[in-house]
Write a protein that binds this ligand. Structure first.
Ligand code: ADP
Ligand code: MG
Length: 207
């Protein structure tokens, strides 16, 4: 019987992506345990390599050499593994692409509980409002599915991912956070907060 090779440079079964804080690592580990494969978290794989650099002011890691960083991730991923990253460029082409989404007001509260800096929280909340990760993922893999985790438990979310990966029954959600945030008043709140300090609409590099 042929064994799945332990080494990397394989095609991942799934990529779990989304803005930092949406639940990627949790779902990546669950799915990898279910499939009996590895969960490769790009951030952890790259930490300590010369291809990323810690930025103290932003409390985040930045990629300094994208080609080398991609190579490191590629070598860590075996066929059938699950990849966890919000940096789309870092992932090899997977079979299934899942973009986890979380309502921006809920994400804001949870990131505050993580005691992240206001700048880092704003960058990520704006990235979530503006669909940054989904836009990047779906332009490379048009079959990417979004799952709104806001009112789902980790187990409920996992069941949706499991059905998509194991049974090829992929049912995604429609997401329009801009409309949602405008209606709820969260958009004006976050705009006001952003005017007090600088922000960008990119998710912070390696959370
Ligand atoms: P990420 O890797 O995207 O930064 P984590 O896996 O660290 O996210 O999870 C962030 C938080 O979200 C954790 O507190 C986790 O318990 C919670 N979480 C994970 N999965 C879900 C889910 N499906 N729905 C709601 N919250 C979740
Ligand atoms: Mg994570």
């Amino acid at each position: 019987m042929r064994q799945r090779p332990e080494g990397g440079s394989g095609r991942p079964k799934a990529l779990i992506t989304g803005t930092p804080g949406v639940g990627k690592t949790t779902q990546c580990r669950k799915l990898a345990a279910y499939l009996g494969v590895k969960c490769v978290t790009a951030g952890e794989t790259l930490r300590g390599t010369p291809f990323v650099r810690y930025i103290p002011e932003l409390d985040t890691y930045e990629i300094v050499d994208m080609e080398k960083a991609k190579e490191v991730v590629r070598l860590a991923v075996g066929t059938g593994d699950v990849v966890d990253t919000h940096i789309i460029e870092l992932s090899p082409d997977p079979d299934v692409v899942v973009v986890l989404r979380k309502a921006p007001d809920v994400l804001y509260k949870e990131l505050k509980d993580r005691k992240w800096s206001t700048k880092k929280i704003l960058d990520n909340v704006w990235a979530e409002i503006l669909d940054v990760v989904y836009v990047e993922a779906s332009s490379r893999w048009p079959w990417a599915v979004q799952i709104d985790v806001t009112h789902r438990t980790p187990d409920e979310t996992f069941e949706i991912i499991r059905r998509c990966v194991a049974e090829a029954k992929c049912v995604g959600d429609e997401v329009d956070w801009l409309d949602y945030a405008e209606r709820s008043g969260f958009l004006s709140f976050i705009e006001r907060l952003s005017r007090l300090g600088g922000f960008s609409s990119q998710p912070s590099s390696l959370s």
